[in-house]
Ligand binder design. Structure first.
Ligand SMILES: [Zn+2]
Length: 1281
């Protein structure tokens, strides 16, 4: 049961935030041996003078650091160099130069800084000359913020704040002084007339010929600071504004060249020594810069990192930054080498996957095993993201979204783990994100305010009105109410709790809304201390970046500060029952399903331990054989007779828990059928044990595993991290989990030796397994009211027990929280990439165009697909008759599932499984990227297969085109009811998408078509069809529609394949096209009909949900329009406002704005307790932009955010899809990227006014409970369900 929270991706992670209250740096009281403190101790030992210089004069730690690091600094000759001897005995020269980039009027003037001898040798004494002038008096607190940028290729990239160094924000620089009053300033400060702490007097500070010794400081400086080209900009504040600028130039590369000419060492030996020390990330940067230019969207070219190469660098037993290499294993089937390491001090487990893939992944995970349903791990996951020691700002993940080019960022809570993964193609970004993630999980603030906001709290309904009732509020509290409003989620939860009841799986890790209010802040902190400890952690990294840098960062900044503990988080195996058990639960009525068919029933079996990796593979294969596809015995026995609308959730094999589980059951069951189903399940098992599985079914399951290994998803590393988590989290061997081929071989061997192998497994694990749990669920009259009154009773009890002091505190806290949410936060603490890091040029996708099969356009793209061929085709519905057009989505839903020619649907499915990864069909609508009056509508076919199977796969498509069987009425009935159920279930998850589609429908013709095909209209149509007695006429209409559509007349084709298979693939496609009817047309584009005129329309769709989905939409512009970039950036900029108003203040799960490439501009909220109030927030967002509520920084961040989507990695199978499906050529794409890059702040104000404020029409939609205000509002249409 993969029960996870907080991963409803698009919403939570599209939702962006911004700037709030300047939080303070935590002092170091409770981290006595923290790195920062150690660092300062080291520093002051070394050069008190320079420190004093910084603290007192420039007040900028950073500048000090650089001054110190660079050591030889000469105001008169801007070039000098540093030499030291490395571990190999080689002399290393590093040259520097500097220039003062501040102006003459800056309050701090650095006139001279000279160090002799030149070059300086580390470990020798230096003589320092300093001359600086400070033009004002300084006293505590001195607020300072420092921005350090490092040159990367042609770009300047901001260095993150790491251990108080880098681009940091300091609450008070005076606090950084190591010498506390009344202790007198030590020598040599008094001798040179330098203060060693605040206050600092105005005046000239001079040192002439001071002699100091240089410690081995370089060891204590983060690797990223050792070399490179830096730009430092610092701002200090003490009422008056003081700035100082220092600029350093000259790169290490440059110094390397000089060193080489000196004959001391060659470039390559220097590089090797730099890299092998793991101190310098220069190699990563350089390659990163190169790959950045070369690879937006590249993730297909994956080379092999051999075990030998990895072993040479990381032999077993090698120690690196506190870690020891335990195991190195090559996994040829996945083109990777895995390394397992252990952190000696804490026992932390580390898995690195070396693979030539630039889309690097980091993930830190903890085994979180709650023993109650207060939702403590889930609330903790939310709360650690509310600010940490180094990054004291709320929601650093949300904020980093706009400061990064990440390809994925999220946090997830499972039943027994919490993981924090991200991926990015950009090396500096990787380091930035890793520092934010690590600090969030290991050093979170966990303040009481954060707990109240994210968990639960008592608060006046209206915080401004003391007479308003006190109610429960809190983000997780509301989120979980929304989750369990979905009866299928409730069923999944109860099923897991029931079959594995004795330990952590017996509780609700996400939180039961009725139990959440029992959690205290203290308990939350306690849970963090034990669970988020390195001894309970798993670290995962993946990709082509150097492992040593990751290890060093993690060890030095975090793990080295911990001792080993026993976190006591083991999950014991569930004791095996002697007797089966059963239970019944109630749920609310589903308004979209017929009243008497809303039962669910499922049977779960406890299977083997997750660490038994061969047995779990056998059970996973068995799970597929039993339930997946129309040939599966349970499909035949349960779904086909129409006993239910679909399998119950959790059906199939589930390998996520300590004891793995298999479940089979049905939803949408009629009252009288519940008992019957239990019998059928038993009989089906008996039949399998008797007859076994057909050999070709077993073969097709194995074929699918092979295809799965070859098919590269665009985020392969992330998928690995997620897939390995359950096993690894429960102390299984993750490397063993990767070795699939050897287990498949063993499986085949078992099968060959014993033909009854699988039957015996069924007997052992199912038939003779007493650990069997049967759960039934039925809707109950008044269920929602009952839940509501339970909540109210609890509230009443809590409120009644309040003392007057507590009441006063609630009133006060409500205000404090509201105020805190209003505060502007200082985000300069967070690391960031710059817009200049985004490459301006794109690498074209090489495609060839030809016409085959008497005139069909075929696009071919050769790329490294791992010997797979990807096929897709667009069939235009332009010439389909008007009355048949609404049936297009239904045709898509059934086309490949009805059977064709002499194959019934079962045989067709079996054939498709044996030769392909499945045959997909879906509706297609697309705005023209250039011409606003044109669009494309149709259906898309897609499938992929091994190169060797292409002919067989195309034969199947040909059969489907020419011989689909529209005569199996019973099959059609089954499919209609399954599709209707799937769509109804999607409403709770995707309500915001339905609301957006509905809101947009009145604003453009294509949006109205999209609504008709994929929105609430389609949902209602399917519900009505599923309740229709005789579907014969519908099936006839489908046959007619297929006759009009399934030919080569309005067809376009695209294939992606390996270069050596190009010619064969094209001739196969040619053969396929020749076998179809129709005369190909030249263009498949349509013109917007004159009959449609955009208009304003507001719709309220009433569903008995406890929450709302709200949306507002405006017509936008085509993709290539000059304003398209500005609208896209505008949507992103608005997130900051919308997130604060809708999520943080409004308590909704999410909210935001979206500008479709070429189509519509839309606002939305997700699982929102408010209705019309949120619509007002959308309007306020427009006003906020018009009044200039955003900064230039916001615009830059929004651009980075937009580019995460624009430059997201594209898998080999999807290369060229942008051109094929959306008609966006590489030139249009490059122009669009430039439009986004060049957006200026005033453009946003202009387009907000033009398209939103003064737009000609707008659409609105609200999905949610009855709303009397809207019913009485003449501008609103109310539709029931
Ligand atoms: Zn959540």
């Amino acid at each position: 049961m993969k029960i996870q929270f907080g991963e409803k991706g698009e919403v939570s992670w599209d939702v962006l935030v911004e700037t709030l209250g300047a939080e303070e740096l935590k002092d170091d009281r409770h981290h006595i041996s923290s790195c920062k403190e150690r660092f300062w101790r080291q520093c002051c030992m070394g050069s008190r003078l320079t420190l004093a210089f910084v603290v007192s004069v420039v007040t900028l730690t950073q500048v000090w650091l650089l001054l110190y690091l660079l050591s030889t600094w000469d105001a008169t000759s801007p070039s000098t160099h540093l030499v030291y001897i490395d571990d190999l005995g080689n002399e290393r020269h590093i040259h520097f130069s500097w220039s003062n980039c501040g102006s003459e009027s800056d309050p701090v003037q650095l006139k001279q800084l000279q160090v002799t001898p030149d070059p300086v040798l580390i470990d020798s004494n230096i003589t320092l000359t300093l001359n600086a002038y400070l033009d004002r008096f300084l006293d505590a607190p001195i607020l300072a913020s420092v921005k350090v940028e490092r040159k990367m290729g042609w770009f300047w990239v901001e260095i993150p704040c790491v251990d108080g160094l880098g681009s940091c924000h300091y609450k008070d620089v005076c606090q950084l002084s190591p010498f506390v009053a009344p202790e007198p300033c030590p020598d040599p400060f008094p001798r040179f007339g330098l203060p060693c702490r605040c206050p600092v007097k105005k005046g000239q500070y001079k040192v002439r010929g001071g002699v100091f010794s240089i410690p081995e400081l370089i060891k204590y400086i983060p690797a990223w600071l050792v070399s490179g080209d830096y730009y430092v900009h610092a701002t200090a504040q003490k009422k008056a504004h003081i700035t100082a600028h220092v600029r350093h130039s000259n790169t290490v590369l440059c110094s390397v060249m000089r060193a080489a000419t000196c004959g001391k060492m060659t470039i390559s030996t220097l590089l090797r020594s730099l890299v092998s020390k793991g101190r310098v990330v220069a190699r990563g940067y350089w390659r990163g810069a190169a790959s950045l230019v070369a690879t937006p969207g590249r993730s297909g070219a994956v080379g092999v990192v051999t075990k030998e190469a990895v072993l040479a660098e990381f032999p077993v037993g090698r120690e690196i930054s506190g870690f020891v290499v335990k195991e190195v294993q090559e996994v040829p089937e996945l083109h990777l080498t895995a390394l397992r390491l252990e952190h000696q001090g804490t026992g932390a487990d580390y898995l690195h996957i070396a693979r030539a893939d630039p889309n690097n992944v980091f993930c830190v995970g903890f085994r979180t095993t709650p023993m109650d349903s207060t939702g403590v791990p889930h609330i903790l996951e939310h709360t650690v993201l509310c600010g940490s020691e180094k990054f004291p700002c709320r929601d650093p993940f949300f904020k980093m979204l706009n400061r990064s080019l990440s390809t994925f960022m999220n946090a997830m809570t499972g039943s027994d783990f919490t993981i924090y993964p991200f991926s990015t193609q950009h090396p500096v970004d990787f380091r930035n994100l890793m520092s934010v993630y690590m600090d969030a999980v290991f050093k979170p603030n966990l303040s009481e305010m954060d707990f109240l906001q994210e968990g639960w709290r008592l608060e006046h309904q209206d915080v401004e009105d003391q007479s308003s009732p006190i109610v429960f509020k809190g983000v997780v509290f509301n989120e979980m109410k929304g989750v369990f409003a979905d009866s299928q989620r409730l069923f999944m939860q109860k099923l897991q709790n029931g079959v594995l009841p004795s330990h952590t799986y017996g509780v609700v890790s996400g939180g039961d809304p009725l139990v959440i209010p029992k959690l205290t802040w203290e308990q939350l902190k306690q849970f963090h201390a034990y669970h988020y400890h390195p001894s309970n952690a798993h670290f995962f990294t993946y990709g082509d970046q150097p492992l040593v840098n990751h290890l060093q960062f993690i060890h030095e900044n975090y793990l080295s500060h911990y001792n080993k503990i026993d976190p006591k988080t083991e999950v014991p195996e569930e004791p095996r029952w002697k007797e089966p058990r059963s239970a019944h639960v109630a749920c609310g009525f589903d308004p979209l399903a017929s009243v008497d068919a809303q039962n669910s029933i499922a049977v779960s079996y406890k299977l083997v331990d997750i660490t038994d990796t061969f047995e779990t593979l056998v059970l996973a294969i068995l799970g597929d054989l039993l339930t997946s596809g129309p040939n599966a015995p349970f499909y035949k026995a349960l779904l086909e007779p129409g006993l239910g609308s679909g399998f119950s959730p959790s059906s199939g094999y589930d390998g996520h828990t300590r004891s793995t589980v298999f479940t089979v059951g049905l939803q949408g069951v009629k009252n009288q059928d519940v008992e019957k189903i239990k019998t059928i399940i038993e009989e089906t098992l008996d039949k399998i044990i008797e007859e076994g599985f057909p050999a070709e079914r077993v073969e097709s399951v194995l074929h699918n595993i092979e295809l799965g290994l070859k098919h590269q998803a665009s985020n392969f590393g992330l998928t690995l991290a997620m897939n390995l988590t359950p096993l690894w989290n429960l102390d299984g061997d993750p490397i063993d989990g990767l070795l699939i081929n050897s287990k498949i071989d063993k499986f085949r061997k078992c099968l060959a030796e014993n033909p009854k192998f699988l039957q015996e497994k069924v007997k052992e694990h199912f038939k003779e397994n007493p650990h069997k749990y049967t759960l039934t669920m039925a809707p109950q009259e008044g269920y929602d009211d009952n839940l509501q009154s339970l909540e109210e009773a609890q509230l009443k009890e809590k409120v009644a027990a309040l003392t007057p002091e507590e009441r006063a505190r609630i009133w006060e806290l409500g205000h404090t929280l509201a105020k805190k949410q209003e505060e502007e936060e200082d985000l300069s603490v967070l690391p960031t990439l710059q817009v200049s890091d985004i490459p301006r040029n794109v690498v074209p996708v090489p495609v060839t165009m030809q016409t085959l099969g008497d005139g069909v356009q075929v696009q071919a793209c050769d790329c490294p697909t791992n010997d797979l061929t990807y096929f897709s085709a667009v069939l235009s519905t332009r010439d389909v008759s008007e009355e048949l057009r609404p049936l297009v989505p239904l045709l898509c839903g059934v086309l490949t599932r009805m059977g064709a020619g002499d194959m019934d649907f079962r045989q067709l499915d079996q054939a498709a499984e044996l030769v392909s990864g499945g045959l997909g069909v879906s509706p297609h609508t697309c705005f023209h990227p250039v011409n606003a009056m044109q669009y494309e509508e149709g259906i898309v076919l897609s499938s992929h297969c091994l190169n060797t199977n292409l002919q067989k796969m195309m034969d199947l498509w040909e059969r489907i085109f020419n011989e689909t069987r529209f005569d199996d009425l019973q099959r059609f009935n089954t499919l209609v009811s399954m599709i209707a159920t799937e769509q109804a279930n999607s409403l709770v998850y995707s309500g915001h998408q339905y609301a957006m589609t509905a809101a947009a429908a009145s604003t453009s013709y294509l949006s109205s078509l999209a609504e008709n095909w994929g929105g609430l209209s389609q949902l209602r149509r399917m519900k009505a069809l599923s309740e229709t007695q005789d579907l014969t006429p519908t099936l006839e209409s489908l046959r007619e529609l297929a006759g009009q559509l399934l030919n080569r007349q309005g067809m376009r084709v695209a294939i992606n394949t390996t270069p050596n298979h190009h010619a064969t693939a094209l001739s196969t496609i040619e053969g396929f096209l020749k076998g179809l009817d129709g005369t190909p047309v030249i263009s498949t584009l349509c013109t917007i009909p004159q009959t449609f005129s955009p208009h304003t329309c507001k719709t309220h769709c009433v569903f008995p949900f406890p929450i709302n989905f709200a949306s507002k939409a405006f017509p936008g512009v085509p993709y290539a329009h000059p304003d398209a970039g500005a609208l896209r950036v505008l949507a992103r900029v608005m997130f900051r406002f919308l997130h604060r108003e809708i999520r943080e203040k409004g308590g909704a799960y999410g909210g935001g704005a979206k500008a479709d490439a070429g189509g519509t501009f839309g606002f939305f909220s997700y699982r929102d307790p408010h209705s019309t109030q949120t619509l007002a927030v959308f309007d306020a967002a427009v006003e906020w932009v018009l009044s200039g509520g955003f900064s230039e920084r916001d615009v830059a961040e929004a651009k980075l955010g937009v580019f995460q989507a624009v430059d997201a990695p594209i898998s080999p199978g999807s290369q060229g899809r942008r051109r094929f499906l959306a008609h966006i050529t590489d030139e249009l794409f490059a122009d669009h990227r430039r439009l986004v890059l060049d957006v200026a702040p005033q453009d946003l104000v202009r387009v907000a006014r033009m398209y939103l404020k003064d737009g000609p029409v707008e659409g609105a939609c609200l999905i949610g409970p009855q709303n009397v205000d809207l019913e009485n509002d003449p501008f609103w249409n109310t539709i029931q369900g």
